[in-house]
Design a protein around this ligand. Structure first.
Ligand code: FES
Length: 159
């Protein structure tokens, strides 16, 4: 499992093992996982504890893009791919991110520092083009801003 059984049990206890809390349970487990995902073994364990089938849990985790099924980099960069960000030239930001990170959308850097993915609109249209990195939103993006942000995350900024 991606986190210890004790941690999973603690999370289940926090939600009284309620079936209707499946999504927050999976999200909490993911938050506790160093690689930011919920593996099949853990999903099967949760299914068993909530009296659900593995297929039930799998379908829910597949439906919610915020629940990761594969390990992610330390920084999970989600680039909005919806209409307002597209109109506001998210392609330029995407091209720069891919070039700078040396990966394509959907991939993780070999040092496991960054994962780059598309995501549907997350409500930051007023500051588009926008990205979300480990739940924090950054908007009004320019290449200069993204360059600075990546330097910061790589620990390359002078104090
Ligand atoms: S369209 Fe990109 S945040 Fe809404």
């Amino acid at each position: 499992m991606v986190v210890s059984k004790d941690k999973v049990e603690e999370i289940l206890y926090n939600y009284d093992c309620r079936q209707d809390a499946l999504v927050p349970i999976l999200m909490d487990i993911q938050d506790k996982c160093d690689d930011h995902y919920v593996d099949e073994e853990t999903q099967r364990y949760i299914a068993n504890r909530l009296n659900l089938t593995y297929v039930d849990v799998y379908e829910v985790s597949s439906f919610f893009s915020a629940i990761n099924k594969k390990p992610k980099g330390k920084y999970h960069i989600q680039l909005c791919n919806s209409s307002v960000c597209r109109i506001n030239k998210k392609d330029i930001i995407e091209e720069y991110l891919e070039k700078s990170l040396g990966i394509q959308v959907g991939e993780t850097t070999s040092d496991n520092l960054f994962t780059l993915e598309h995501t549907p609109c997350f409500g930051a249209c007023d500051i588009s083009p926008a990205i979300r990195i480990n739940k924090k939103v950054y908007g009004h993006l320019t290449i200069q801003k993204v360059k600075h942000l990546l330097k910061d995350l790589r620990g390359e900024l002078d104090d």
